[in-house]
Design a protein around this ligand. Structure first.
Ligand code: HEM
Length: 128
């Protein structure tokens, strides 16, 4: 039986492993390496803060992910297949290490946020 996600250390493991996969991924890696030139030293802690806030409500992450992804989308359109790949890598990373209420919760939240992002980006395209 695997353990559940219980604290920031667990999130750190997930985020580090997830972005190791993401940055070399054939489908979405280029968003992080070529489109945005992500600074990993700031991006990884920001992502841990983001998830700590959503899962445990004990972090005051104050970023604006929607606006960041609109900027990315303008430079290089983010498609449905890209979101599907992001979710696949995210869910696989969670399932490899963890199981339980929080493990299900984080996957559900990621899935919902990905849907909202896609709807919001599509609207922007239709308005233009
Ligand atoms: C196709 C899917 C996605 C791609 C290609 C993508 C790409 C990126 C990139 C390149 C950045 C860094 C921007 C920068 O620092 O310059 C970023 C930031 C971020 N992403 Fe995504 N993303 C995707 C989906 C998601 C999803 C589904 C979530 C949430 C569930 C998410 C959450 C975040 C957050 C919170 C940040 C900002 C962190 C901060 O405050 O600095 N992303 N994303």
């Amino acid at each position: 039986m695997k353990k559940d996600i219980t604290d920031r250390n667990d999130l750190e493991l997930i985020i580090k492993e997830f972005y190791m996969k993401v940055r070399t991924d054939k489908i979405i890696g280029h968003f992080f390496t070529d489109v945005m030139h992500v600074n990993w030293e700031t991006h990884l802690p920001a992502m841990i803060d983001f998830w700590e806030n959503l899962l445990f409500f004990n972090n005051d992450y104050e970023g604006n992910p929607m606006s960041i992804h609109k900027t990315i989308d303008k430079k290089h359109p983010m498609k449905k297949k890209d979101f599907n790949r992001w979710l696949k890598l995210f869910n696989t990373t969670i399932d490899y290490h963890f199981e339980g209420v929080n493990a299900e919760n984080i996957k559900m939240k990621a899935n919902r946020i990905a849907k909202v992002m896609q709807i919001s980006l599509d609207k922007k395209i239709k308005k233009a």
